[in-house]
Design a protein around this ligand. Structure first.
Ligand code: HMG
Ligand code: MG
Length: 320
């Protein structure tokens, strides 16, 4: 029998739902473009490692995020798997139309708690983004899709500084009023500290009668993502987003690095006796596979005469 939990850990959940965002959040910010077949193999490897929710791609402007412009090809090539949810990030009605054409059954919508970031990321205010989301969610409900929502810059913003919890609570209320009941709180630039995470979660729990339906989406820019995840666990959070190998970042948030690495998170959780359902060795293989594909793509580009030696165009930090 395992030893009883220390009192400090009493509210930690027995299991955590890990949401793997590497194929979307990870690859959207990698300089190399990888072929759709490589992305499909990556997603299949993640499902094989035990992931039950994978964010596969986004249906955004291909000019702004060229890395994911083949989202249709990726979704069409994916074999459905019993119990595995493949999600697409969708910004507007056009994105939903494309996603439905590609057979997507689960979407994620996104807004922010920072007006400046909302403008940089989506070219509209928070209120306008919520109006887009209203239209997307209303059609998604008619089509029977599952919907998740993100609130970016939930702790601080590179353009606006610290974000008051009251602003996040307000955006969460507005999302929930639209029927978005699963909400992931984005530390988009990895700037949060554990006490900030705890404060926001306490406020949310007080307002919503607990943390059911909430997730943390922690970027690891300053290597605090695991500490921030632990703060969430101590308060009972049951869903955490992560990215294989810590890939990625947000092209429209200067300096943002990848999400907390899935293998680090799984190792922490399993080591603390919190079940994830993910096979760590197979997870590491999946991360190594996509890293190798990205390295091969870089080598190929550099050795191709006349090819640009810089990053993929259109999605550099701050670029539009
Ligand atoms: P818009 O309002 O049309 O404005 O798009 P725009 O000027 O930015 O549009 C650009 C072009 O995209 C136009 O075509 C549109 O027709 C077209 P062009 O004139 O260049 O020929 N367009 C589309 N094309 C394909 N699919 C669509 C679509 N919509 C418009 N769905 C939009 C608004 C939001 C779509 C655009 O600004 C955009 O794509 N932005 C990029 C957003 C993005 O992908 N950001 C990164 C993901 S969010 C994130 O990483 C944060 C998160 O991880 C959580 C966290 O970390 O906090 C989720
Ligand atoms: Mg993100």
């Amino acid at each position: 029998m395992s030893a009883p939990r220390p009192a400090l850990f009493a509210r930690c959940p027995a299991s955590v739902r890990a949401v793997e965002v590497g194929p979307r959040d990870g690859l959207q910010n990698e300089p190399e473009l990888v072929p759709a077949a490589v992305k499909v193999a990556f997603v299949e490897a993640l499902a094989g490692a035990g992931h039950r929710h994978i964010e596969v791609a986004s249906f955004v402007s291909p000019r702004r995020v060229p890395q994911l412009s083949d989202a249709e090809d990726v979704f069409r090539a994916l074999r459905p798997r019993e119990g595995v949810r493949y999600t697409a990030l969708v910004p507007n009605e056009e994105g939903l139309r494309r996603a439905l054409d590609a057979g997507v059954a689960s979407i994620a919508v996104f807004t922010a708690a920072s007006e400046s970031f909302s403008q940089k990321n989506t070219g509209c205010s928070i209120a306008e983004s919520l109006e887009r989301i209203r239209k997307v969610v209303s059609r998604a409900a008619r089509e029977g899709l599952r919907v998740r929502g993100y609130v970016s810059m939930a702790f601080s913003c590179p353009y606006e500084g610290p974000i008051a919890a009251s602003r996040v609570l307000d955006v969460v209320d507005r999302l929930r009023a639209l029927g978005v009941l699963e909400v992931s709180l984005g530390d988009t630039t990895g700037a949060a500290f554990p006490d900030q995470v705890a404060r926001l979660l306490e406020d949310l729990a007080a307002r919503h009668g607990g943390l059911a339906g909430f997730a943390l989406h922690l970027h690891d820019t300053h290597r605090r993502a695991l500490a921030n995840a632990l703060a969430g666990l101590l308060l009972g959070i049951e869903e955490l987003d992560s990215s294989s190998g810590g890939l990625g970042g947000c092209p429209f948030a200067p300096g943002a690095k990848g999400n907390v690495a899935t293998e680090d998170l799984v190792e922490l959780l399993e080591g603390m006796g919190i079940a994830t359902g993910i096979d760590l060795a197979r997870q590491r293989d999946a991360s190594a596979g996509i890293r190798a594909a990205l390295a091969a793509a870089e080598l190929k580009r550099r050795s191709t005469p006349g090819s640009p030696s810089g990053r993929a165009g259109g999605s550099r930090p701050g670029g539009r």
